[in-house]
Design a protein around this ligand. Structure first.
Ligand code: CUA
Length: 337
């Protein structure tokens, strides 16, 4: 008879768990958290989280304590008879139905009142329309006549009412430090309301899987003092400043006579395309392609040379450009402050 193979060592489960935990934690560094709120609304959501966590922790402790007591006290010993059976005990059945129901009702009331509080319309709110596109965010300020992308400027201390609409598929708008997740649905308007407490650039994500570049569909909520915001509004309202000399002027010429105009708008020019982001003040934005790349001349050149290599499947499909044309376009686009 063949000898049975020696038993394999048991997988070091704890080791794997610890590693996964470390990977998980390292993934969190630098990411915005709902637990560092920068608006009263996000603070209410964080409070709700802590409250529910405390209740869940209390339930865990009580349940585990009862379990351990039962395991130790009532385990079978020689000479000990089977304990009294409680199956069908009516008071007990009622108690363990009622107590969880009361706890859940409490959590429901707390959740519903938080939801109601954070969605309450605020007087004097700044209205911003945000459209989710595959895969970038368009922001329009109807009261100010501004259209921009990715960087959503808001004043600190003033309520902001974000009107969400989807241009193609379902996305989800989520700036964790300012507000909760809200679906962005084509043909249906949803609202997000928040008031930023302090200046800062708050990272936001698309929180609904929407295709190949879902992960590269981020945005920044730039919360500024009133003066900074008003200053931004003044600059953003201006039409595109077309350079008249040098490399940037050649870039403007290439832009306006090329295929760029089919998809992009430059306010005050014949370029009125609506497929891609409005580029009127592209040079003042912090990133390219919804925070896929930092907005630097080198990155812009890379993007213009191979947009499909940087962000596969995006809608920017342009004919190959010569190195010279790319440099002209970079000079032009970066001059659009
Ligand atoms: Cu848009 Cu995910």
């Amino acid at each position: 008879m063949r000898k049975a193979p020696p038993p394999k060592p048991a997988p070091r489960l704890w080791c794997v768990t610890l590693l996964l935990l470390l990977f998980g934690l390292s993934g969190c560094s630098g990411s915005p958290s709902i637990l560092t709120p920068a608006s009263r609304d996000a603070a209410q959501i964080a409070d709700l989280f802590w409250g529910v966590l405390a209740i869940a922790a209390g339930i865990f402790v009580v349940t585990e304590a009862l379990l351990i007591i039962a395991l130790v006290r009532f385990r079978s010993r020689p000479g000990v008879r089977e304990p009294v059976q409680v199956h069908g005990n009516q008071p007990l059945e009622i108690a363990w139905t009622l107590v969880p129901a009361i706890i859940l009702a409490g959590v429901f009331v707390a959740t519903a009142s938080t939801m109601s509080a954070v969605t309450q319309p605020q007087p004097g709110a700044l209205r911003v329309q945000v459209l989710g596109h595959r895969w970038w965010w368009e922001a329009r300020y109807p009261g100010q006549g501004i259209t921009t992308a990715t960087d959503i400027h808001v004043p600190v201390g003033q309520a902001v009412e974000v009107e969400l609409a989807g241009a193609d598929v379902i996305h989800s708008f989520w700036p964790p430090e300012l507000a909760g997740k809200t679906d962005v649905i084509p043909g249906h308007t949803n609202w997000v309301r928040f008031t930023a407490d302090r200046p800062g650039s708050y990272l936001g994500f698309c929180a609904e899987f929407c295709g190949a570049q879902h992960a590269n569909m981020r945005f920044l909520v730039v919360a500024e003092t009133r003066e900074q915001f008003d200053d931004w509004v003044r600059r953003a309202q201006a039409q595109a400043a077309l350079p008249t000399t040098g490399q940037a002027a050649r870039g403007a010429q290439a832009f306006l006579s090329g295929t760029c105009v089919a998809c992009h708008t430059l306010q005050g020019t014949a370029a009125q395309g609506k497929v891609g982001p409005d580029l009127t003040h592209f040079g003042s934005r912090r990133s390219i392609a919804a925070l896929t790349l930092d907005n630097t001349p080198e990155n812009l050149a890379t993007w213009l040379a191979k947009p499909q290599a940087v962000k596969p499947d995006n809608l920017m499909r342009i004919p190959a450009l010569s190195g010279e044309t790319i440099q002209d376009l970079v000079a032009f686009l970066e001059s659009l402050k």
